[in-house]
Design a protein around this ligand. Structure first.
Ligand code: G1P
Length: 296
């Protein structure tokens, strides 16, 4: 990018949160999976905090039926705050207020579950004509520098769409969008995407570089999504639209620094819970001692 060109800021982050959470039944029969707590925080809050830490000013959550509790979570709870204040519980009050102060949050409903691409398309009017982030709340990332922050630094340089990736070994690759890509000379973590395919059979996966739930997308993706036919699972796949975007623009993969947990999956959720609990100053030491004495 030329030095004279002004850098575009990533101000908005879209959170698709309309899925039914069938991988986590029975817990998700009446509770949105995004509200399942890892330690003491709903999984969607990890993503919202990551977006805010990366400088996003507007959070757009794409919800559906049965998800209103997400809105309540990020709203002011007058009764709770009043009670905590009158009982002098200032630490808890600060915690409750911090959540409702996380920035401006807009909600839009995805009336039918027609896929990730369709969920992103729902946010078109709220995003407008500027590059934006997409965060899949299931993917909780433990990183010294927030993953989205790392990606924004790459975006400042390349000014193109960027997909976070991680290496996935073995047949598990077929649960992901997978990149056919080449490392750039400037930074081996940044790869130029040549092609991408949603949930390939292990034998036909173009590489071990799986897309994980962090994207920076240019607004052209909306026009492309409109024209992309339904794909895997008879859904409008974001991966298919990004492949079509390649006809017009470069797209990059970025191997982020940090560890990603699929908290929408029972095993991933347990792993995230243990890891985040161990890192907590107030719980970690005691929890570690308890784990150590388990007869494993
Ligand atoms: C979605 C995307 C897929 C991506 C994955 C990351 O799949 O479609 O490309 O690799 O998220 O978590 P889902 O997990 O919704 O099936």
């Amino acid at each position: 990018m030329s030095e004279t060109m002004s850098k575009i800021k990533i101000r908005k982050a879209v959170f698709p949160a309309a899925g039914l959470g069938t991988r986590f039944l029975p817990a998700t029969k009446a509770i949105p999976k995004e509200m399942l707590p890892v330690v003491d925080k709903p999984i969607i809050q990890y993503g919202v905090e990551e977006a805010v830490a990366a400088g996003c000013e507007q959070i757009i959550i794409v919800t559906g039926r049965g998800k209103t509790v997400i809105e309540d979570h990020f709203d002011i709870s007058f009764e709770l705050e009043h009670q905590l204040e009158s009982r002098g519980k200032h630490d808890l009050l600060a915690l409750a207020r911090q959540i409702s102060n996380l920035g401006s949050i807009a909600y839009i409903r995805q009336k039918e579950a027609m896929g990730l691409g369709h969920a992103v398309l729902m946010a078109r009017d709220l995003v407008g004509d500027e590059p934006f982030a997409v965060i899949l709340p299931d993917d909780v990332i433990d990183a010294t520098r927030p993953c989205l922050q790392q990606m924004i630094e790459v975006f400042d340089d390349v000014q193109s769409s960027i997909l976070a990736t991680q290496v996935v070994e073995g047949p598990a690759i077929s649960a992901y969008g997978v990149l056919d890509c080449q490392p750039t000379a400037k930074n081996p973590r940044v790869m130029e995407v040549k092609n991408l395919v949603e949930k390939p059979k292990p034998a036909s996966a173009p590489s071990k570089n799986a897309i994980i739930g962090r994207y920076i997308l240019t607004p052209r993706i909306f026009d492309v999504l409109e024209k992309t036919p339904l794909g895997a699972g008879n859904e409008l796949q974001l991966t298919d639209a990004i492949r079509n975007l390649l006809q017009y623009e470069k797209v990059y993969g970025y191997r982020f620094e940090g560890k990603r947990y699929d908290a929408g999956d029972k095993l991933g959720f347990l792993q995230a819970t243990v890891q985040f609990a161990l890192e907590r100053g107030d719980l970690g030491p005691e929890f570690r001692n308890w784990l150590k004495q388990l007869p494993l």
